[in-house]
Design a protein around this ligand. Structure first.
Ligand code: NAD
Length: 268
């Protein structure tokens, strides 16, 4: 056995401060919701530039963030389900910013119905964005990191649904797509450690975004959440950000292949 340690395995300068100074971070699905909350937390913690890669239009909240952080927040339109689209977006970011240090695979969609009621198209649409799109994006980011010689960080948005179904509103394809994300996290972390690339995930519980519009529409929903234990409320998007910032930062230089659950509602 050789005693020499491959250069890719040498650590970045060890950091004890959790910060993203001078880092360029791309986040899919950051025009709104959790992605936008993560973008805000990254900027507050020193990120140089944030790029949202999103299929949709930017809205007022996104504009407000770019006004608050002038010349630091950008939007690139792309569809994560098309690898050529996401690859072009990554190329554009690298060309514009001259670097890429972190990629968050966060774009996602959901659909709640009984397993027997899903159409084939609905199942394919869910897997296409949540699992295949995340895989394509991670590969494009890894290729860019390797080309740039940057020991980049990859963070997936999984879900507590990857651990167990929500008893009241299960979604078989959603849960399976997110469980796939956590599995992929471990495999990619193993494959890409040789390049110094770290791969981790965050699993949110119930977060106050467009995706959970249906929760407050349930009768007695706060009582229902109390029944599960923990905090009887949804998380605000900014409450997720710390987990992402840590995993994206050099303070996590020895952290790979893990999931951080951020779930105040214990039983869901
Ligand atoms: P959201 O619907 O508010 O935002 C999703 C974003 O993804 C949107 O901006 C949308 O335009 C974008 N998007 C969708 N399809 C895309 C595509 N094909 N290409 C590029 N962008 C696309 O949802 P959110 O609640 O912010 O969810 C973000 C992530 O967090 C998702 O992966 C979701 O599964 C996950 N999640 C959410 C919750 C929650 O309670 N909200 C809980 C656990 C996990």
């Amino acid at each position: 056995m050789s005693s020499s340690i491959p250069s890719q395995s040498t650590p970045v300068e060890p950091q004890t401060k959790i910060a993203l100074e001078s880092k360029v971070i791309a986040i899919t699905g950051a025009n709104r919701g959790i992605g936008l909350g993560v973008a805000e937390c990254c900027l507050i913690n020193g990120a140089a530039k944030i790029y949202s890669i999103d299929i949709g239009e930017t809205g007022d909240e996104f504009q407000a963030l770019s006004t608050r952080f002038p010349n630091q927040v950008f939007a690139v339109q792309a569809d994560v389900t098309q690898e050529t689209s996401i690859s072009a977006a990554v190329d554009k970011i690298v060309e514009e910013a001259g670097a890429l240090h972190g990629m968050v695979m966060n774009a996602g969609r959901t659909n709640h119905k009984a397993a027997l009621d899903f159409t084939t198209e609905e199942i394919e649409a869910l897997f296409s964005v949540n699992l295949f799109g995340a895989f394509y994006t991670a590969r494009c980011a890894a290729r860019a990191f390797i080309k740039l010689g940057i020991k980049g960080a990859i963070v997936f948005t999984a879900s507590m649904a990857s651990y167990r179904p929500n008893k009241r509103v299960p979604s078989t394809p959603y849960g399976a797509s997110k469980a796939g994300i956590r599995n992929m996290t471990h495999t990619l972390a193993m494959e890409w450690a040789q390049y110094g690339i770290r791969v981790n995930s965050v699993s949110p519980g119930l977060v106050n975004t467009a995706m959970t519009y249906w929760v407050p529409q349930q009768p007695d929903w706060e009582q229902q959440l109390k029944y599960y234990g923990g905090f009887p409320r949804l998380a605000e998007v900014q409450e997720l950000g710390g987990a992402y910032v840590y995993l994206l930062s050099d303070a996590a230089s020895y952290t790979t292949s893990i999931d951080i659950p951020v779930n105040g509602v214990i039983g869901i």
